[in-house]
Design a protein around this ligand. Structure first.
Ligand SMILES: C[S@@+](CC[C@H](N)C(=O)[O-])C[C@H]1O[C@@H](n2cnc3c(N)ncnc32)[C@H](O)[C@@H]1O
Length: 488
């Protein structure tokens, strides 16, 4: 059997033959498409397999070019297969993402005889996106909004699969490629790996280009000197979370200014990816897929970031408060990951906590300018937020501390060196014992399936722990503010 290393070399050679290159010098070796700017490496703490810099890279420098002919799109797959094209033409009511999923499964079913085989062989076998969560992992998210997001993602995948089954049958795919499990794999591949292209909203799979791991957009990008026209690369957008068209437009504008990593270049007829900052030799070169909260990262990509400046914690607010907040969209009322309540949340609360009779013109002016109305009002705001966070934390089934211990227990469970008896199962918390029981871990071994469930469960606990930390940090922030204000 060929090793991962051998097939990776073959893949990079195949990509070079198709014109993929990390160099602008066309005379470079055709043995590999990498080696001049980038190489494939493992980054266990930031995404696993990724691309590292093999020399110093300057911000804005072209680091990878993938010609259109190397991209896996519905168009390029049907162009190589009349049967696929004819069948798809009969099912144009399916969305472009459903069609791309079917094409991908069709190529997978061809396996070694697929033109894309050298690429397909390196696609992950499993994903941790919300749509792939089972009941246990879903409930482990604890927070109502997150559980609901998981339910929605699971239901969406299932209904899209049902709609596409007839086409898969007509294509005579083997039963294992027609299954919901295979569908979840294909749609997770598309959600987490496609890049945006102008001619197909499903995006494209970009050999080698999809090996870049994610970096959240940071402040450094506001002063970007990168190429002017390069748009956001990865195609899943979080636009649906912006509830007004105006705001979505504003966000899109801000993003296109900030995200300069790459895009499809019509003149070059290729996907061009650029360094978003300077990189030292050996550093991982990262790409920004967009601005995502941790819940969105989990939904679309199957991971979370411990430090994510785009993360937001939403807390349920009184209806009368939402009504008052008409000047600010509902989704602007949140707590930043560092614990600071958002500008809109503080402004709305300032107004809400002042008696209606006192809401005159001068007060309104202060509120819209984002200024404090009075020390008394500001203290009330901070007390209200702090108490709200406390009550949310109180109502969740486990505390921050308990979650920290659960994570340690999951690490113990996952440690292949420790046998289950040595792991002290009796001392585990009820949630860990429930997992052990449900998966019959006492009697049986650890199958791949159980390990995959465990990694999803771990992500749920990590997500809710990060959520609780934000609430706890918000309480500290409010208390500090109250102390400061009380001293003035
Ligand atoms: C486009 S792929 C990147 C390459 C991928 N690591 C691979 O081995 O094929 C995106 C996936 O990589 C992983 N990933 C990317 N950035 C990450 C990060 N900063 N932390 C953890 N996982 C990350 C997630 O599984 C995500 O769905």
């Amino acid at each position: 059997m060929e090793s991962e290393h051998q097939t990776m070399e073959q893949f990079l050679r195949w990509a070079a033959e198709l014109g993929v290159s990390d160099s602008i010098d066309p005379s470079r070796s055709h043995d590999s498409c990498l080696g001049y700017s980038l190489s494939v490496a493992d980054f266990p703490l930031a995404g696993g397999r990724g691309l590292g810099a093999v020399r110093e890279l300057r911000k804005g420098e072209l680091v990878l070019k993938v010609p259109r002919s190397a991209l896996l799109t519905t168009e390029s797959m049907v162009a190589k297969d009349d049967n696929l094209r004819d069948s798809i033409n009969l099912h144009r009511s399916l969305s472009s993402t459903q069609i791309l999923s079917v094409c991908l499964l069709y190529e997978m079913s061809k396996w070694k005889s697929s033109f894309w085989y050298p690429y397909l062989v390196h696609l992950p076998r499993d994903y941790d996106l919300l749509a792939t969560f089972g009941e246990f992992e879903k409930q482990a998210l604890q927070v109502e909004d997150a559980v609901w997001a998981a339910e929605k993602a699971i239901a969406k995948s299932k209904s899209e699969w049902k709609e596409a089954v007839t086409l898969m049958k007509e294509l005579d795919l083997k039963p294992k490629f027609q299954s919901l499990h295979a569908w979840n794999w294909a749609s997770s591949t598309i959600s987490s790996r496609t890049l945006h292209i102008p001619w197909d909203s499903a995006g494209c799979l970009c050999p080698v280009g999809d090996l870049f791991n994610y970096d959240a957009p940071g402040d450094d990008l506001n002063t970007s000197e990168g190429p002017e026209t390069a748009p956001q690369a990865f195609s899943t957008t979080n636009q649906e979370c912006w509830n007004s068209a105006e705001e979505a437009e504003h966000v899109a504008e801000a993003q296109s200014e900030r995200l300069t990593d790459g895009g499809f270049d019509g003149d070059a007829n290729a996907y061009c990816l650029y360094a978003r900052r300077n990189y030292q030799l050996g550093e991982q070169v990262l790409l920004c897929y967009g601005t995502y909260t941790n819940l969105e990262l989990l939904e679309y990509y199957g991971f979370i970031l411990e430090e994510n400046s785009n993360d937001k914690v939403f807390i349920s607010l009184e209806t009368s408060l939402y009504a008052l907040a008409s000047s600010w969209p509902k989704d602007s009322l949140y707590i930043h990951q560092d614990g600071k309540p958002s500008f809109a949340l503080v402004s709305t609360l300032r107004l809400w906590l002042i008696p209606q009779s006192q809401r005159d013109k001068s007060v309104m002016r202060l509120v819209y300018a984002g200024s404090q109305i009075s020390v008394k009002n500001e203290i009330l705001v901070m007390k209200w937020v702090s108490e709200k966070c406390r009550s949310v934390l109180r109502d969740l089934p486990t505390s921050l501390l308990e979650d920290t211990v659960i994570l340690q227990d999951i690490d113990k469970l996952q440690d292949p060196e420790l046998r289950l008896g040595q792991k002290g199962v009796e001392a585990f918390s009820s949630e860990v014992r429930a997992f052990v029981d449900e998966n019959h871990l006492i009697d049986g071994g650890f199958s791949g399936k159980i390990n995959r469930r465990m990694s999803k469960w771990r992500l749920s606990v990590q997500w809710r722990l990060r959520y609780k930390r934000t609430l706890a940090d918000c309480i500290s922030y409010c208390n500090e503010k109250i102390n400061h204000l009380s001293g003035t």
